[in-house]
Design a binder for this molecule. Structure first.
Ligand code: DOR
Ligand code: ZN
Length: 355
């Protein structure tokens, strides 16, 4: 019998880290192979805070793509305490910036230049609200006395709720949500509030980080939470509610950087991202809802056209390698452990049809 197939409109990734330099060259092709567009995170060193820096970074991304790739990087500005609202408005007007990213200072990788207190960026938030520019939020408080597993829920209460009250017209994406608190808050919030959900937060709970020893490949921020939260995330992602859409948060760090004394946060899921989501949707008997989550709700929220092309998945086992050895143009090798390393996924991408 022929394998079951599923053809969907080509998806986009509404949250990805493509990095720079050798790592960019190693990882960009994987995202471009599955997704037509991606919202590219600005947490480089130094962070992307100007129109010129974003344009130059966009060029470096394009240069790292295979010939003939139709992939479109959508750039974001990294908000700092001293960000210039005029620069943000100009970048949005010139279609260099698609959105701004709010990292609370110290919340995660390369966030030290982030925002130390939300009132510092009131002027830029007012501009964004006026021009319809989305704010993408890493939603965790950074206070050391708040338990790491509570940081998202506390952020929603202390920062996000008041922010939405002050800026009722601001488009906000709460990124990579990890809790039932976030699911409930977004679901019951206004239409201009949405959330992205990663594949890893749909597959793993916090036990994965400690299964048989410390497992750095499952460490990311916000950190995976307990099982009841994973269940709530799976229900939200597969519900057909357009407030929840795909954002992988693929965040590559070399194997050596992950497995060091102080391992970096981040999970590299780009190479098998759509297959990872498809496995979840199948388990939840919701494959018919994958297209909305992966390919329709994101562009509608951002006010962008749907992709004309399609991809076809088929029900064929996909063995995920234990480690990927990727090379940049200069031949520098980067070792990356992909999400699902050593596992077999039930669906795989069979064909792309660009249009
Ligand atoms: O796990 C993460 N890694 N979470 C983030 O917010 C940043 C990311 C990174 O850049 O490595
Ligand atoms: Zn991220």
């Amino acid at each position: 019998m022929a394998a079951r197939q599923l053809t969907i409109r080509q998806p986009d990734d509404w949250h990805v880290h493509l990095r720079d330099g050798a790592m960019l060259q190693a990882v960009a092709p994987a995202t471009a192979a599955q997704f037509a567009r991606a919202i590219v995170m600005p947490n480089l060193r130094p962070p992307v805070t100007t129109v010129a820096a974003a344009s130059a970074y966009r060029e470096r991304i394009r240069a790292a793509l295979p010939d003939g790739s139709g992939f479109t990087p959508l750039m974001t500005a990294y908000l700092t305490d001293t960000i210039d609202p005029e620069e943000i408005e100009r970048g949005f007007g010139e279609e260099v910036f698609t959105a701004c990213k709010l990292y609370p200072a110290g919340a995660t990788t390369n966030s030290d230049s982030g925002v130390t207190a939300i009132d510092r960026i009131e002027p830029v938030l007012a501009v964004m609200e006026r021009i319809g520019m989305p704010l993408l939020i890493h939603g965790e408080v950074t206070d050391a006395e708040i338990d790491i597993f509570d940081r998202e829920a506390v952020f929603i209460e202390r920062v996000l709720e008041p922010l939405l009250a002050r800026h009722p017209g601001l488009k906000v994406v709460l990124e990579h949500i990890t809790t039932s608190d976030a699911v409930d808050f977004v679901r019951s919030g206004p239409a201009n509030l949405a959330a992205t959900i990663t594949p890893h937060h749909l597959h793993i709970n916090r036990n994965a980080m400690f299964a048989g020893g410390l497992r750095p490949d499952f460490y990311c921020l916000p950190v995976a939470k307990r099982e009841l939260h994973r269940i709530a995330l799976r229900a939200a992602a597969t519900s057909g509610n357009p407030k929840f859409f795909l954002g992988t948060d693929s965040a590559p760090h070399s194997r050596e950087a992950k497995e060091s004394a102080c391992g970096c946060a981040g999970i590299y899921n780009a190479p098998f991202a759509i297959e990872s989501y498809a496995a979840v949707f199948e388990q939840e008997n919701a494959l018919h809802r994958l297209e909305g989550f992966a390919s329709e709700f994101g562009p509608r929220f951002y006010g962008l056209p749907l992709n004309p092309g399609s991809i076809t998945l088929e029900e064929q086992p996909l063995a995920v390698p234990p480690v990927l050895h990727l090379n940049d143009a200069a031949g520098t090798s980067v070792n990356l452990v992909p999400f699902h390393a050593g596992q077999t996924l039930p669906w795989r991408v069979q064909a792309h049809e660009a249009q």
